[in-house]
Ligand binder design. Structure first.
Ligand SMILES: NC(=O)c1ccc[n+]([C@@H]2O[C@H](COP(=O)([O-])OP(=O)(O)OC[C@H]3O[C@@H](n4cnc5c(N)ncnc54)[C@H](OP(=O)(O)O)[C@@H]3O)[C@@H](O)[C@H]2O)c1
Length: 237
């Protein structure tokens, strides 16, 4: 079947690479981003790609994004929470506005969008929510401490979301990237990461196959290390 896919943060990196693959297979793809110039340029360079301006760190933008999707793309059946930022932070010198932005983008945004989209996706054919966490969800990164915490939180949330939606007809998948060569954190920071196309090809094929937790390289199976504890915890009240 052909899908209609919303990818948050699709103007570059992993989001754009996945957008290209869904497009190539004849799906309708909508990306959102917080930079209007970049959105326009991306749409020009990727014919067929639909765009919506929305900064997922703002509650009002998330609600507007949801309303736009409902109205303009009512057939949307896949939500990919991909938008993210990564900041090197010194925890002894707080700048709350900076820390808060990372929490709002990586953690609050995806959770709010899940809540908004669940009733809308419910009952749709091949309905899916796909959240992008990180290998750093499982290995606390001292250099990007708030980032690591948001990603550990998104992993936990995605696990419980899958449990709660088990009989509701919405598949919940998690992408757990290792370091991938994108501009995350600023140009050059991830130059030693995995090749973006090799990563995206592998992840896309695992997504289509319905795999629940999708790693690449060292993040393959990384979540299994704590699975027993998480499953026990998920069933406890
Ligand atoms: N690359 C890695 O090594 C790696 C590893 C683990 C996990 N990840 C995760 O993969 C996801 C994608 O990252 P990437 O590596 O592809 O980095 P990227 O190339 O920097 O892409 C991030 C995307 O998110 C968008 N974005 C950022 N803040 C946003 C906001 N507030 N509202 C809407 N869009 C926003 C950016 O677009 P605009 O700036 O145009 O809005 C951009 O399209 C992130 O969640 C990241 O944490 C990446």
């Amino acid at each position: 079947m052909k899908n209609t896919v919303l990818i948050t943060g699709g103007t570059s990196g992993i989001g754009l690479a996945l957008a290209d693959r869904y497009l190539k297979d004849g799906n309708t793809v909508i990306i959102c981003g917080k930079n209007e110039e970049k959105l326009k340029k991306t749409a020009e360079e990727h014919p067929g790609l639909e765009t919506v301006f929305a900064d997922v760190s703002f509650e009002t933008d998330r609600i507007r994004l949801f309303e736009t999707i409902k109205e303009k793309y009512p057939g949307t059946n896949i939500l990919i929470n991909n938008a993210g930022i990564q900041q090197r932070l010194d925890l002894t010198a707080m700048d709350w506005a900076v820390w808060k932005k990372e929490i709002a983008t990586n953690f609050e945004g995806p959770i709010h969008l899940c809540g908004l989209f669940i009733p809308f996706l419910s009952g749709k054919e091949n309905a899916r929510i796909i959240n992008v966490s990180s290998g750093l969800a499982f290995r606390p990164p001292v250099w990007v401490p708030v980032y690591g915490a948001t990603k550990a939180g998104i992993h936990s949330f995605t696990f419980t979301l899958r449990e709660q939606l088990k009989d509701k007809g919405i598949m919940v998948q998690e992408i757990v990237p290792p370091a991938v060569r994108t501009n995350l954190g600023g140009p050059g920071i991830h130059d030693n990461g995995a090749d973006l196309d090799a990563f995206a090809d592998s992840v896309y094929s695992d997504l289509l196959a319905g795999k629940e937790e999708i790693g690449f390289g060292f993040t393959n199976g990384t979540a299994d290390r704590t699975r027993r504890e998480m499953e026990e915890g998920a069933r406890r009240r």
